[in-house]
Design a protein around this ligand. Structure first.
Ligand code: COA
Length: 371
């Protein structure tokens, strides 16, 4: 049987319009534009407005990616949303995206590997395609970190931003697409970056709120040291696994947490800045959304062409880290025009009908129980 490959055929992003500048942050906490820029490289970040959520950003990014791939929502077999700021504890944010885009034939679930999550999600989607069990997947990294940031804590609030990015992965017998991945974790560092309250270990109560345990807690120095250690090694491992050399890689798209971490990885890999994508200045750290957002920016700037080899590499809470190598594909040629607004309308009607069906089903069951 011919081998199946998982190609990246669509990409899209969504960020809130509201931009929060370093100057504005100096009105909120004891910091300065000079400190933030010199220690992190961040200039601005996007912050979700009221009513904007992880699911709404994820939906927008997914539709943009499907539009590039020219793939109709009912053809999507699997939706994976990687997020640390899900819409709710459950149901999965991916199910809300499934309904909103009208992917009526898709399985949907969330995945949590913090800032490394998008690499985990790309690998899971690609593995499902390569195994032959599905044809098309949408993988999304989406965050509204502004909702779990303590805006009085200068150690963390200057770092994070909101946004979403998505890839469409599709099966093909043509070689290319996702070539390799390494996924790693080290739970011994779980306390270095976490939101301690709100889960089963520490449900939110008055004390948790008073102690601000429902916000991000971080040991910045330790996380920094860990990040500079793993970025280059994960890149090397993934490249070797793909039977390539670093010189065969046209572009590295790293997790955008801190310019100094990216520079350190580039130095260890002996790569010039033009082979590394950085967007941290404009978006800050958008966690699992940062790699697909940076990919979209690289494409918009004409830095990524079909046939290029790329590395996605990241690290984050868990601790987790990982890298994936892909040969960039671009959209498959389809002679059709998908009308996404029509699918969204049909999906709303479908959901409405499903709710009515459930109501009638309930009435019939209750009547039968009474007999
Ligand atoms: N403005 C001004 N001063 C600040 C500040 C801010 N926003 N945040 C922290 N400081 C202070 C600290 O309180 C500390 O003061 P002290 O020495 O009086 O205690 C001082 O700056 C230096 O702190 P330090 O931790 O040495 O700074 P740093 O150079 O390591 O930079 C980080 C701090 C957070 C930017 C850096 O450690 C980092 O980026 N870590 C990784 C974080 C990360 O990427 N997290 C997400 C992972 S996905």
């Amino acid at each position: 049987m011919a081998e199946t490959y998982a190609h990246i055929t669509g990409w899209g992003m969504a960020v809130p319009e509201r931009i929060l500048t370093n100057a504005e942050l100096t009105q909120m906490v004891d910091t300065s534009d000079e400190w933030i820029r010199s220690r992190t490289g961040i200039g601005t970040r996007h912050i979700a407005e009221n009513g904007q959520t992880t699911a709404s950003l994820a939906t927008e990014a997914a539709i943009n990616a499907l539009r590039v791939a020219n793939l109709s929502p009912p053809d999507v077999d699997m939706i994976i949303v990687s997020t640390s700021t899900p819409e709710h504890i459950f149901p999965a944010t991916a199910c809300l995206v499934q309904e909103r885009i009208g992917a009526v034939n898709a399985g949907a679930f969330d995945l949590l590997a913090a800032c490394t999550g998008f690499i985990y999600a790309v690998n899971m989607g690609a593995q499902a395609i390569r195994s032959g069990s599905i044809q098309n997947a949408v993988v999304i990294g989406a965050e509204t970190l502004s909702r779990i940031v303590n805006w009085e804590d200068r150690n963390t609030c200057v770092l994070f931003g909101d946004g979403a990015g998505a890839f469409v992965l599709q099966a093909s017998d043509q070689p290319g697409g996702v070539l390799s991945a390494v996924l790693r974790s080290d739970g011994s560092g779980s306390g270095l970056l976490s939101v301690p309250a709100g889960g089963s270990a520490h449900p939110i109560d008055e004390q948790a709120i008073a102690d601000k345990q429902h916000y991000i807690q971080m040991n910045g120095r330790e996380v920094f040291r860990f990040a500079t250690r793993v970025m280059a090694s994960a890149t090397r491992e993934a490249v070797e696994k793909a039977n390539l050399l670093i010189d065969d890689i046209q572009l590295i798209i790293p997790h955008q947490a801190n310019q100094r971490i990216i520079d350190s990885a580039a130095k260890q890999l002996k790569l010039p800045p033009e082979r590394i994508v950085t967007t941290v200045e404009d978006y800050g750290n958008t966690s699992t959304a940062s790699i697909p957002i940076a990919t979209c920016e690289a494409i918009a700037d004409g830095r990524l062409q079909p046939g290029d080899n790329i590395v996605l590499v990241g690290f984050g809470a868990g601790l987790t880290w990982g890298a994936a190598v892909a040969e960039w594909s671009g959209p498959f040629p389809y002679e059709r025009k998908v009308r996404f607004s029509l699918y969204r309308l049909l999906s709303r009607i479908w959901s409405f009908l499903q709710r009515i069906r459930r109501r009638f089903e309930g009435i019939i069951w209750d009547t039968e129980d009474d007999k």
